[in-house]
Design a protein around this ligand. Structure first.
Ligand code: C5J
Length: 230
């Protein structure tokens, strides 16, 4: 693979509802919540009664995009759904909802559920952040709520975001909508995102690119990977 020669070259990805055009220098790859709590048994996702094996299936595709994006020299953002140890940033309504077998903050097989610094709260080894990449701990579903993400992206002159991660209709979709309202153009990579509910993933993809891209664009990762090599 040869790196693109100019990070300011305009690249085009075949997408829905139409081509997504961007420059690597003004685009960040945003990887939502690929943390053990959602992907591996014993975490928050499993405590809600979900089959977590569905989510791990996207890891190889995410790894390919992350490797190509790093090779192209693009900004990488990793997020984690994470709360302070004293749960001061976790509203009781969020903690109590759903009657999970383990609530946020309870001790589980991988440490306290969705608490910063716990083993289960770490991003899976296959997609672990490198030094210098942005890691955002977010107390909400959206990556922009109560975080420094918007400020940090503005400092880097980022206007376009490419999204991967889990779960499609919860933290990924919420983050895309928050980004849209803040003026970013967002592309969702459909084979690099997953839900515990396939019908919710399909609906999210459809509603994202409907009405001329009312929330953003959707595409497979293959045309992005092609665009990133010359
Ligand atoms: C959920 C997330 N599903 N990362 N969080 O509670 O989507």
């Amino acid at each position: 693979m040869t790196a693109i020669s100019h990070r300011s070259q305009t690249l085009t990805v075949a997408a829905q509802p139409f081509d997504f055009c961007f420059e690597v220098c003004n685009t960040a790859l945003v990887i939502i919540d690929m943390q053990r709590d959602f992907i591996e048994p014993g975490g928050f996702g499993a405590s809600l009664g979900n089959d977590v094996s569905l989510l791990s299936a996207i890891v190889p595709a995410c790894q390919s995009v992350l490797a190509a994006w790093r090779h192209a020299g693009g900004v990488v953002v990793h997020t984690r759904e994470a709360h302070a140890a004293d749960l001061s940033d976790c509203p009781p309504a969020k903690r109590n909802r759903g009657q999970p077998t383990l609530r946020i903050g309870d001790a589980g097989p991988m440490g306290r559920i969705l608490v910063s610094g716990e083993h289960g709260n770490q991003i899976i080894d296959a997609l672990a952040p490198l030094d210098g990449e942005i890691v955002i701990d977010k107390p909400g579903k959206g990556a922009f709520y109560a975080t420094t993400l918007h400020t940090r992206l503005q400092q880097l002159h980022i206007s376009h975001l490419i999204f991967m991660g889990v779960t499609t209709e919860v933290c990924v979709q919420t983050s895309m909508r928050e980004a849209n309202d803040r003026g970013y153009d967002g592309l969702l990579l459909v084979d690099c995102t997953e839900s515990y509910f396939p019908q919710f993933k399909a609906a999210t993809i459809a509603m994202t690119h409907a009405q001329g891209g009312i929330v953003g664009w959707t595409a497979a990762s293959a045309p992005l990977l092609s665009a990133l090599v010359v």
